[in-house]
Design a binder for this molecule. Structure first.
Ligand code: SAM
Length: 279
């Protein structure tokens, strides 16, 4: 029995004659990928021609956008992994998702002077905000230090000072938070919304079950990226409308908020926009 187990282990790690070819391939790709991460520039060197083709898909007034993409941005790296060599498709989707979200935020309050991109990551959306709001202060918040550093250096945004803002945007953040953190974070954001101001967040379509949390995300599929998040704190989340409303109205001033869903459009083609206003 012991010998059989030893043999099985040897096979698995590639010494035995029936080595597990798939596992060897997986490990080989993981080690090559790690070596590549170590030798890579922080900003992905996208070929000029590809960048030109990407910009051609953007309306004229947005072509001035800063197109730097951080090498650890999962919002770019994961679709690239899924779509393989279809790099132009992935680049266009990345920039158009950011552009459309910034446009949506602008439509809610074109006169906003302070806008917080909460969980803004590596700036897929915020890079467009100063084009839509040339005179506004754009603030950012994210648990990833590398994301904050990248945004400060590349887009000149400011770090969240936790003072009230006109609009908070949380794009694809509540689609990831475990139950207790979901409610706590919602209440924290509601605390920084003054009368007449707006919190916009995105969620998957509502489901029947109260709350589902799966530990599988783009992060867990790419552990090699910088500042990778813990699976227990960052998963894939689906919840019911009733649960969302419970979280909203259980805030100490819950009665002074109202929310609506804008189903004329979606974030990244899949997530619904929820607009929460303080009356
Ligand atoms: C799916 S990404 C979306 C990034 C960005 N909003 C975008 O659309 O490109 C989710 C972001 O939420 C951040 N995040 C994770 N946990 C968070 C938390 N507890 N509070 C704020 N942001 C969080 C992650 O670091 C990540 O940048």
């Amino acid at each position: 029995m012991k010998k059989q187990i030893q043999r099985w282990l040897q096979n698995k790690i590639g010494i035995g004659e029936n080595r597990d070819q798939i596992m060897i391939l997986e490990k080989k790709i993981a080690s090559l990928s790690l070596l590549q991460e170590w030798s890579m520039d922080k900003i992905i060197p996208i070929p000029a021609g590809l960048l030109e083709a990407t910009k051609a898909a953007l309306p004229e007034k947005y072509k001035s956008v800063n197109c730097n993409i951080h090498c650890s941005d999962p919002m770019f790296r994961y679709p690239l992994q899924v779509h393989g060599s279809q790099s132009l498709k992935v680049l266009k989707e990345y920039f158009l998702t950011g552009l459309e979200a910034a446009e949506f935020i602008h439509d809610q309050n074109p006169k906003a002077q302070r806008i917080l991109d909460f969980g803004g990551g590596y700036g897929r959306v915020s890079r467009f905000l100063h084009i839509f709001f040339p005179n506004a202060q754009i603030l950012i918040n994210d648990p990833k230090k590398s994301a904050i550093k990248f945004q400060l250096e590349n887009f000149g945004h400011a770090i969240d000072d936790h003072n009230p803002v006109d609009i908070i945007f949380a794009g694809s953040v509540f689609t990831h938070l475990p139950k207790a953190l979901f409610e706590r974070t919602l209440h924290q954001l509601m605390d920084t919304i003054d009368r007449g101001n707006t919190l916009i967040l995105t969620l998957h379509q509502f489901i029947e079950e109260e709350f589902l949390f799966y530990p599988h995300t783009e992060e867990s599929a790419m552990q090699e990226l910088e500042d990778s998040l813990d699976e227990s704190q960052y998963g894939s989340v689906y919840c019911s409308k009733e649960y969302f409303e419970y979280c909203l109205y259980s805030h100490q001033n819950g009665n002074s908020f109202k929310y609506s869903i804008d189903d004329s459009t979606s974030f990244g083609g899949t997530q619904q926009y929820l607009i929460i206003k303080r009356l």
